[in-house]
Design a protein around this ligand. Structure first.
Ligand code: SF4
Length: 108
């Protein structure tokens, strides 16, 4: 049987643990690309279906304490053009303008 005193201590410990989780999650969100939840590369198999390669991109760009998502060509293209074609990968060498031209040639 748990005494009232021990029960209160248990509640405090639980609350402290929850608070720590919330703080860690809030801090980690800074590491996440703003497109993380909607990115077709991460959330579908349309862009690539190789899970190992997805995991590599995720670690190198999408969730990274050095905010390397800013260097992701998919992120840059989405900011520049307001969308990102599926053929664009995080390390694609084309500029957003070249990506737009390629998109126009292939799909319009
Ligand atoms: S870093 Fe690039 S690949 Fe990763 S979620 Fe952002 S836009 Fe998508």
């Amino acid at each position: 049987m748990i005494s009232v005193q021990n029960n209160n201590a248990l509640k405090q410990i639980t609350f402290a643990a929850l608070n720590t989780d919330i703080n860690i999650n809030a801090k980690m969100k800074d590491y996440y690309c703003p497109n993380f939840e909607g990115c077709q590369l991460l959330n579908t198999n349309q862009v690539i279906d190789d899970q190992k390669q997805k995991d590599i991109y995720r670690a190198e760009y999408c969730i990274n304490p050095e905010l390397t998502w800013k260097n992701c060509k998919r992120y840059q293209t989405r900011v520049a053009l307001n969308f990102c074609p599926d053929f664009v990968l995080p390390d694609t060498k084309l500029s957003p303008a070249e990506i737009m031209n390629k998109y126009d040639e292939e799909f319009i």
